[in-house]
Design a binder for this molecule. Sequence first.
Ligand code: SAM
Length: 271
Amino acid sequence: MGGSRVDYEQHGRTYGRHRRSDPRIASRIHAALGDARTVLNVGAGTGSYEPRDRWVLAVEPSATMRAQRPEGSAPALAGRAEALPFDDDSFGAGMACTTIHHWQPPAAGLTELRRVVRGPVVIFTFDLDHLPPWQQVFLHEGLLVERPRFPAIAEVAAVLGGRTRVEEIPTPGDCADGFVEAFWRRPEALLDAAVRASQSMWAVLGPGEEARLVERLADALKSGAWDAEHGHLRRQSTFEGSLRLVISEAPAPAGTDRLSFAGPPPHRVPE
Ligand SMILES: C[S@@+](CC[C@H](N)C(=O)[O-])C[C@H]1O[C@@H](n2cnc3c(N)ncnc32)[C@H](O)[C@@H]1O
């Protein structure tokens, strides 16, 4: 686990334009939150996937991201997953969407989230091995940098501990949330610099690499090579790909071992 940091003060400036809740994914997240009335959303960004029918508190380190939260959104505190300023068992449920790969390290934030939540903890993340095969080829160099940042799904479940299950979510062909896999049947979208600007993978690439990857895809689309090999995808409505919910129903019973992790110890609020 671990890797390069993405600066959301810079990188997040247009996030809200292309990264919005997809209603089909949202309904799966909300179901997994159970009947909890209080929800903590960590790495909350602009507020995607926050339920509207419960009391929500968001934690988000980037002022640029907090500033894009629509009017009427839940209150958002400046803070990081690795040091949540709450007592144990403060919230009925917790959620973290497409953010754990930014945590330093992910296990520290997961342990903190589990500590401050009494009921379900819901992690929406990606299993990069299940990205569409064409993305694995065309984005190969980018994924080499991305992979070490993403904890394995089994590791996320093990760190959360307790009764944990993993759900797979099909990616809709018209997915409203513009993460990379969302464009599995709309490859042209990745040629749009504004779409890429709201995907953190591009921000961790070396100089010139983004242009090289985009050019390769543009060439394959222009020549018809992409459609010759992958064009059947354009007629599919969903793709069984990388989207995963890791749901920890309840904290591990006292005395249960969790995976150890390298990094700073979780913050505790002094008694
Ligand atoms: C891809 S965005 C996801 C935002 C939102 N959850 C969503 O689904 O749209 C990743 C977010 O993680 C936040 N983040 C980065 N490092 C973090 C950390 N250590 N603790 C909590 N959030 C962090 C970023 O500022 C950014 O808002």
